[in-house]
Design a protein around this ligand. Sequence first.
Ligand code: ADP
Length: 453
Amino acid sequence: MQSSLTRRITLSMVALAVGGIVLVAVLINLALTFNFTRYLGKVQEEQNRLILDTLAELYSRSTSWQAIRLSTMYVGSTTGTQIKVYDLKGRLIVDSLTGMMRGMHSDYWRRRQELRGNAAAYPLYVQGEQVGVVEIVYLGQQGLWSAEALLFRRMVLISAVITGLLAILAAAYFGSKMARRLMGRLTVLAAAAEKWGRGQFTSRVRVSGDDELAVLGETMNRMASRLEAQSDLRKKLTSDISHELRTPLSTIQSYLEAFRDGVLPPDEKHLTAILEESIRLGGLITDLQRLAEAEYSRRAAQFELLPLNAFLAAETERYRPLMKRKDISLVLELPDEEVAVQADKGLLGQVLANLLINAAKYTPAGGQVTISLTAADGEAVIAVADTGSGIAAEHLPHIFERFYRVDPSRTRATGGSGIGLAIVRELTEAMHGRVTVESTPGKGSCFRLYLPL
Ligand code: ADP
């Protein structure tokens, strides 16, 4: 089935060709007719002059009307004209046509010839004195247009029409070819979009060329990649969540089954274990809620000009009691100049909270946590460094992933679910920033937030 777009493009190309050809044919015809007519008019005028001179000559020399009549007939037949001579009273004296021929050239016919510019009347002077009026009518319908001239004009028009037909055929052929190629590429794009609509994000559009359609194809491919990543992430998140929920639930379940079957006594120790697992479950649900909120913040971040020196000083004071309880010294290093960024105060507060709580969690008593601020290359850098356990190199690329924990068993003791750093990354990116980590196991870690100034 030919698409309506293909048909429309082809038809408009053909219409354009037809319009062009008709215009050219009309212009050629007009130009030819106008110039030829002007030229022939001049020739006719000259010939008429000659006829008049000849008649004047004849009149001045002739002796009988019969001689004049014969000579006029001769001039008429050689010039292809009807010549009529009237005297000053308007009486017809001479008609170059014989009786039979006269019948064929009625008054009506003469009027039409006049309209066509093929008839004219002139005063006849003999030796400076007007003796009558001469009417000269060209006998051919086309006046002085010769058969060759007519043929020439017809040939030019026929050539124009043939060229036009060829141009129309070419326009139809190339127009439909171009339209088909265009439609082919559009169909490929539409088919890809259709697949993505059904959730098949793995397919990609094959992009060729560098025109607008190629750009569209590339943009669509990028969109598909993001959709695919989002879809994978969602699948992974769902399986992670069910896995995380199942662990404490099955622990609780096995304790309860053991109590029912009399395998374990429901004493304080075992009940405490159940309580810890349910607290963990509750914590996990709280963390999930925080993560969902962080993802929402990406869209709802409220930016304001935030002077970081004052902001960090206030935050440091908030966490001083926590650090003090754990016997960790908290140090703040601020630059002399003011550093300000466009950021969401609430989100940046949450990011710092996650980093400082982690630092406190993973730094032993007697250690130190340092918050520092610098500005370089158009970015503000907030670093949170600790002298804690550090993170092994193989874990570093993963610690910002959801539910990723370096040591699940140890983390269980500290109550983490591996969501804190995922939230840090989510919120930092919501503020158009990025976060990095450097760590040496046994020596400590340093998390850096980069925010555009
Ligand atoms: P959690 O809730 O388990 O702390 P996070 O996402 O905050 O989850 O951290 C992921 C993992 O990164 C943690 O399990 C921990 O092993 C490691 N980690 C995070 N911060 C630090 C730190 N300051 N020092 C050492 N390890 C850390």
